[in-house]
Design a protein around this ligand. Structure first.
Ligand code: NAG
Ligand code: NAG
Ligand code: NAG
Ligand code: NAG
Ligand code: NAG
Ligand code: NAG
Ligand code: NAG
Ligand code: NAG
Length: 542
């Protein structure tokens, strides 16, 4: 009897311990997997010496000498996209949105047993921003030269040199970059202090966030960093600094609860409100994010403005609306959606979800159904039957624009060598379909198949939101149809092209034959005409 009790007690204990290591029962396993995979994608973007627990077997230690040209170490951090450049501005946006999602939906990460993953994902980025900020008024904003890097297509073992590093400083300011990096570190500081109980690291983050904001405020003239670092212009040019300055102050207020920073944010808002572009929020302009964050910090001042911002962007019925829906239902915005069309719905969906959590009674069902419909679209409820996430379904994109995962080494033959990508880039969000809901899945079609660290940030946070609201299974779970095969002008050399060429040759032969026959006929006619002409000429002259 005692023996049985002992056994069952042991069994019970081991079951409990086992469960602690696993996803909780009531967590939707699909969203937990998407959350997990998103962080696998970030792991695949890691630069520098990889840690012992690296789970991406095809990645190597790389770019170990980054920063050497400026006598500092800028190794590690994240590669931005399918290439090997590193940029501080999109990284800052990424870390802020990931941290914010962690702050709001930490329970989802806990219940999906992904706390360590979130911790490591964010810290790999924030550690690098700390490195990139070696002095109070110096911030490195880019590593690698786009012209050199974009000529290379191959694995991380052959990344071309030189990899110059670019900075902003007192003489060459970059208000936007410094304020966004500050926001990233403040938001991460809040997360590490309150959710990971790591006040030591939170303090380190905060001291850099503070210095970066002072740098943004005091280095004059205030201006976009691309004016100081022209190398970034073609890649991550924000063209602005006002919304970033407000946003940086708001996040520092959130991280410190020191009202000085909120007051300064408010003062900036009063100064800048008429110059702000109230467009779709993205890495380049956090105006929308600033209004929603502001509403959670100072509802009296920002709540109504945040609501009218959301309403104006989400209302597709006005002639002046910049956003419409595609026939298939994708939220599609003029000037934003030609490339990476999944970003406007993800970014706006993220903001709506934050606002909904802060003010549950303010937002009616039309807002939550906006989030739901857009997530469903991106997860398979579309004409292509495709989730725009790599590695989760047979219809997932098979050709993300990613040099490392492709296994290819020939820039001129990106699409065909190798025919099938060497690696699956699990969890990566691709750019997405066009305004006809068509997706071609072609590697060099970066408008559709580009992947980037910023794409996954609002997606990942929304997956944590989905877990929190116990959303229904994602649509791809029940999709059995294959993705329709589309013919595109950029397509590889395929059957239909051969048919066109064969037909053209046949046509050409027929045409040549016909013209030869005509020429013979004409020649006879001409000979006759010639006589006629001579006769006519004779008549005239005569
Ligand atoms: C996340 O995915 C990886 C790779 O499939 C797997 O090894 C790991 O167990 C997953 N983590 C969780 C918490 O499910
Ligand atoms: C880096 O250090 C070396 C050796 O001290 C020095 O010659 C060089 O000028 C330094 N470069 C920069 C960019 O500071
Ligand atoms: C300040 O930044 C500019 C622009 O990146 C750079 O050209 C210059 O060398 C930097 N100044 C110093 C003292 O490092
Ligand atoms: C942090 O501390 C709180 C309060 O003691 C606790 O509930 C929570 O589980 C801790 N979080 C972590 C990640 O240890
Ligand atoms: C708040 O920040 C201001 C400006 O940095 C500083 O002067 C002040 O001492 C801070 N207040 C507190 C309570 O820490
Ligand atoms: C902008 O700020 C000014 C000054 O406080 C205020 O009068 C105006 O209403 C604000 N405009 C908007 C659109 O918020
Ligand atoms: C919207 O545009 C259509 C066609 O140009 C026009 O007929 C209609 O009056 C416009 N509506 C509004 C509200 O401006
Ligand atoms: C929800 O609120 C919006 C904006 O206030 C309004 O336009 C819309 O009609 C409402 N929808 C429903 C279903 O109540």
């Amino acid at each position: 009897m005692l023996f049985i009790k002992l056994i069952s007690c042991l069994l019970f204990t081991s079951i409990v311990t086992a469960q602690q290591d696993q996803i909780e029962n009531d967590v939707n396993p699909h969203y937990a997997k998407l959350l997990n995979y998103s962080m696998l994608f970030y792991e695949a973007q890691r630069s520098g010496k990889l840690p012992e627990n690296n789970r991406i077997p095809w990645r190597s230690d790389s770019s170990l000498t980054d920063g050497q040209d400026n006598n500092i170490s800028l190794t590690e951090g994240y590669y931005d996209a399918g290439n090997y450049l590193k940029f501080t501005v999109p990284l800052s946006y990424t870390l802020t949105i990931l941290s914010w999602g962690g702050i709001e939906w930490i329970e989802s990460y806990k219940r999906a047993n992904l706390m360590t993953d979130l911790h490591d994902t964010i810290k790999w980025g924030t550690d690098w921003i700390i490195k990139a900020h070696p002095e109070p008024n110096v911030l490195f904003v880019q590593v690698g030269d786009g012209k050199v890097d974009n000529m290379y297509w191959g694995p991380d073992t052959g990344i071309p040199l030189p990899r110059p590093s670019f900075m902003i400083n007192n003489s060459f300011p970059g208000t936007d970059a410094a304020a966004l990096a500050s926001a990233a570190l403040s938001s991460a500081s809040y997360l590490f202090r309150n959710q990971f109980n790591d006040s030591d690291y939170a303090d380190i983050l905060l001291s850099h966030a503070y210095d970066l904001l002072i740098f943004a405020e005091t280095a004059k003239p205030w201006r976009a960093y691309s004016l100081s670092v022209p190398a970034a212009i073609d890649y991550y040019n924000t063209n602005t600094f006002q919304s970033q300055l407000i946003y940086g102050n708001m996040w520092l207020y959130k991280a410190t609860e020191n009202i000085t920073y909120l007051e300064r944010a408010n003062a900036h808002y009063e100064t800048f409100n008429t110059t702000l572009v109230y467009g779709v929020m993205d890495w380049s302009d956090p105006t929308g994010a600033m209004l929603i964050l502001g509403a959670t910090l100072d509802s009296g001042k920002y709540q109504a403005r945040a609501m009218s911002y959301l309403d104006r962007i989400l209302d597709t019925t006005q002639n002046s609306s910049i956003c419409k829906y595609t026939d298939g239902g994708l939220f599609y915005c003029k000037g934003y959606s030609t490339s990476n069309s999944v970003m406007p719905p993800l970014n706006m969906g993220f903001l709506v979800a934050i606002m909904k959590k802060a003010f549950p009674n303010l937002l009616n069902g039309s807002y939550t159904s906006f989030i739901q419909r857009q997530i469903d679209y991106i997860l398979g409820a579309n004409k292509m039957f495709s989730p725009y996430v790599c590695g989760i379904h047979k219809n997932s994109p098979h050709n993300p624009h990613h040099a490392g995962a492709s296994g290819g080494t020939n820039l001129k033959k990106i699409n065909t060598e190798p025919k099938h990508m060497a690696q699956v880039l699990y969890g990566a969000i691709v750019g997405g379909p066009d305004d006809q809901d068509n997706f071609y899945d072609i590697r060099n079609d970066y408008l559709q198949t580009e992947v980037a660290i910023d794409y996954n940030a609002p997606f990942q946070s929304l997956m944590a939101y989905q877990i929190s609201i116990q959303a229904n299974d994602p649509p791809y779970v029940t999709i059995t149809e294959d993705r329709p095969i589309l013919i595109s002008e950029d397509d590889n050399f395929e059957g239909w092209k051969i048919a066109v060429i064969v037909l053209s040759i046949v046509f050409a032969i027929l045409a040549i034959g016909f013209f030869t026959y005509r020429r013979k006929q004409n020649k006879k006619k001409n000979e006759n005409n010639m006589f006629e002409k001579i006769e006519v000429a004779g008549e005239r002259s005569g």
